[in-house]
Design a binder for this molecule. Structure first.
Ligand code: HEM
Length: 133
């Protein structure tokens, strides 16, 4: 893969990550405030499109740079935490869940997302906590 393509993919990946957390927070606040738009078709399907593009851009970069779970354990950590983030989103954004549980899941989702970003920049599975290990 050419360096230009890699840089382009990284820009796309960053953009999808930004769209993902903005959408998560907007929908979470909307669900907490019982707003109707959060149950619309676009609000429900767009996040799947964004998260799929986020993952595809990540896998394309990993393939292009030759990252594997063996030589880049931080990447495995990101994949696992991405699944945790998606799972927390399911709970946080479901109106049938009790409000307290939605609140806790939403906060946990934001914290997990922040940790994924820290891993992205430090290339350490422990992210910002790596300095204390
Ligand atoms: C919510 C999920 C994710 C977020 C918020 C996220 C965030 C980021 C950010 C901000 C960067 C840019 C770092 C920099 O500019 O140095 C990045 C790079 C990258 N991410 Fe992710 N990412 C996520 C998921 C994933 C997953 C699941 C994978 C693995 C399949 C992955 C693989 C990569 C790779 C290979 C890079 C490029 C590393 C480099 O060249 O420095 N990301 N990610």
């Amino acid at each position: 893969m050419s360096p230009e393509t890699y840089v382009l993919l990284r820009h796309a990946h960053r953009t999808f990550a930004t769209l993902s957390i903005l959408g998560f927070v907007a929908r979470w606040l909307g669900v907490m405030a019982m707003q109707h738009w959060t149950q619309g078709r676009i609000a429900k399907s767009l996040p799947h499109v964004v998260d799929t593009l986020l993952l595809l851009s990540a896998l394309a970069m990993a393939w292009g740079a030759g990252f594997t779970p063996e030589n880049a354990p931080w990447m495995t950590a990101k994949i696992v935490l991405l699944l945790v983030y998606i799972g927390l989103g399911v709970v946080a954004l479901r109106p049938t869940q009790p409000p307290r549980r939605r609140m806790v899941a939403g906060i946990a989702g934001i914290l997990v997302f922040a940790h994924i970003v820290a891993i992205a920049f430090t290339k350490q599975p422990l992210g910002l906590f790596a300095r204390w290990s």
